[in-house]
Design a binder for this molecule. Structure first.
Ligand code: DHB
Length: 394
């Protein structure tokens, strides 16, 4: 079989939000890129992911001309509720730090980006297979792949970006990489249900039965999560059992009740903290989940990926202008400072709200002490608000 050669400036492995936003930002700077992804557009568009965008993420999408749909169709949230001891405590982001977050699902961010790349004539190849990284330590790294029509291609580029998610093929091919990992003895059971809103904004709950999170999607579709075992069997959970568990975790002295409806999707989400550091190896750079994974508590994953790409696009623009590979050194320290802040925040929110199996009575009471001191202190609430709404660009 003949192999077709494709040459470009930036090769991007992964056509999720990180890869597509990078390709879009490079296009705006007049830099050519090619994106390959082994998933179909349809599959990515229909895989449920998180739903919260920081203010800076929204600004990046709007200011770079991806979409203003986020401002029209997204829901601005001015705060969250922390619920424990059977009562809710509002953390009012706008009052505390003058910022908001937006409920706008990752699948919608992806659709906006894929449409923008299509509108601008971007070279994005979904549904490829047999991807294989080539000569990662050379001056002309690349990736070989078979396209959806069965033709074999070899993409060569000045810089290769791995934006191919937590199982990243690109990262796995980097020799001598350094990684930092933490595992957790629990997971989240995520559901989508057909029901009206139970609350206008998100409720993060710590209960004697474990963590629960109430989120939203639309007027008639809601998203909720509760802590479960990593090997939880989805099929062992009937709708009745799910609602009993969620109602039990949210129950309190204020008589709060969730509004129930048919469960249309069930999913077990693994928990892991992971960082690959540095994020640059020669002419190979990692972005988003390929470089780091956070536990879902606090919704930092997508926001971190978009922030990485904002930095990376600037660094790549300077690299192309100067033609000097040393410029690429700027990427890791600028991106990593936010990554470790987000690692700390996601870990902190997780440990403050979850019930670690085998927890002692001392630990349970200390955890309540931490939550009481947090919500009882304006400094504490402001710290949470600052982290949740996102730090300034690196
Ligand atoms: C959602 C997911 C999260 O992990 C989170 O912290 C907040 C919201 C969501 O899917 O809506």
């Amino acid at each position: 079989m003949t192999t077709r050669r494709v040459d470009t400036t930036v090769g991007i492995v992964g056509g999720g939000p990180a890869g597509l936003l990078l390709s879009h930002l490079l296009h705006r700077s007049g830099i050519e890129s090619v994106v390959v992804d082994n998933r179909s557009r349809d599959l990515i568009e229909h895989t449920t992911r998180a739903g919260i965008l920081e203010q800076g993420s929204v600004r990046l999408l709007v200011d770079s001309g991806v979409s203003d749909r986020v401002l029209r169709d997204g829901d601005q949230h001015e705060g969250i509720e922390l619920r424990f001891g059977g009562l809710s405590h509002r953390i009012h982001f706008q009052e505390l730090v003058g910022a908001s977050v937006w409920l706008y699902p990752q699948t919608d961010v992806f659709t906006d980006l894929a449409d923008a790349r299509q509108r601008d004539g971007g070279d994005v190849r979904f549904g490829v297979r047999d991807t294989q990284a080539l000569d990662l330590t050379s001056d002309r790294p690349g990736v070989a792949f078979t396209d959806a029509e069965g033709r074999r291609h070899e993409l060569r580029c000045s810089v290769l970006v791995g934006a191919d998610g937590s199982g990243s093929m690109t990262r796995h091919q980097i020799p001598d990489r350094r990684q930092y990992t933490r595992e957790y003895p629990f997971a989240w059971f995520g559901i989508t249900c057909e029901a009206p809103h139970s609350a206008p904004e998100l409720i993060y709950t710590r209960s004697e039965r474990g963590f629960a999170l109430i989120s939203q999607r639309t007027e008639s579709l809601q998203r909720m999560y509760f802590q479960c075992s990593p090997d939880e069997d989805r099929d062992a959970w009937s709708d009745d059992r799910i609602w009993d568990e969620l109602q039990g975790r949210l129950a309190g002295r204020d008589g709060f009740r969730l509004r129930e409806g048919p469960v249309v999707e069930k999913l077990v989400l693994p928990f892991r903290s992971f960082v690959c550091e540095p994020m640059r190896y020669g002419r190979v750079l990692l972005a988003g989940d390929a470089a780091h994974t956070v536990p879902p508590t606090g919704a930092k994953g997508l926001n971190l990926a978009l922030a990485d790409v904002g930095v990376l696009a600037e660094v790549l623009e300077r690299f192309v202008r100067r033609g000097d590979a040393d410029t690429l050194d700027e990427y890791t320290p600028r991106a990593l400072s936010r990554v470790w802040k987000a690692q700390n925040f996601s870990y902190w929110m997780t440990s403050m709200l979850h019930d670690v199996p085998g927890r002692s009575e001392f630990d349970a009471r200390r955890q309540l002490g931490e939550l009481e001191s947090l919500v009882g202190s304006e400094h504490g609430r402001r710290y949470l608000a600052e982290c949740y709404t996102g730090w300034p660009a690196g």
